[in-house]
Every structure is written in structure tokens, then in C-alpha cells.
Design a protein. Sequence first.
Length: 169
Amino acid sequence: MENEKLTDSAINYLEFGVADGHSFRWFLAENSNSESRFSGFDTFTGLPEDYGPFKKGFFDTGNKVPETNDQRAQFYPGLFQQTLPAFLRDMDNSRRKIIMLDADLYSSTLFVLTSMAPFLKKDDIIFFDEFAVPRHEFKAYLEFTQSYLIPLKLIAAANNYYFVAFRVE
């Protein structure tokens, strides 16, 4: 799996904290497999609470989901607690998962990780977009790995561990 490219593989890409969809559209463009599915979760009304210098409502897109003509993409507006449980009941878990955690907030990140735990399998990849923030994504990661004992291997890091990727072992 080292140096593997995910451009041709059938994947389930799940992004939590889509905002304007920059990273979502990037992954969509990079993966050409017609069997891949791309699912974006966000309130599209901004942060549900303050986060550091960003106040509640920051990242508001006015309820507009990112535009795409790709039939493989679908968006789920609302809080993760409202949208993720129903999604997981119907998710095809046969494909490898690429999970992008860009929710910023501790509570949101921990909810996603604990909800996804029963569905994680070897070689799934989890990205954290603000991993170096100790009271939010990093704290959620620590509590998740200590509670679930799911082995995660660090496979990439950038910007002094602000952005990281782990693979399920």
C-alpha cells in the first residue's frame, strides 16, 4: 500500500466539513472510477459553535452545496448527528473508505470517528485537516484511539502536523 495512488480504485469518499467544496471537488476530479461514491456532510450554514477565532456561523455558504455535475457525488446538509446515522445504514461498505475530517470541532470530529468505528477496515484512510489543534481534532483522535483500540498508522503529515493522514492497519 506504500506510495499507492487512489485515482483508479473504487472508493467511498466521505468528507465531513465540506464548506465551499474545494477538497471535495479535488478528490472527485482525481478519482476516475465510475464505481466510486463521494459523500459530503456539512450544515452549509457555518460552524454550529465558536472555534478559536472563528465565530458561530463562520464558513456559512447560505445553505448552498458545492456545484458538481458528477453523478457520483451527493451532499447531506445538516448536523452530522442528523445525517450520518441514516447514511451509514445504507452505505455500501465493500469499497475502501477515504474519510476527510474537516469539521474543526472536537465534538463533531469525535461523533464522526465513533460513528464510523464499526465500519472501518484495513487500509481505509482517515485525513485530519486541523490535527495540530490540541483541544479539537487532536483530542478527538486521542480519545477515539484510546477507546476503540483501532490501529492507525501515520502515513502523511504536512505543515507541522496540521494536516495528517492515517491508514487503518
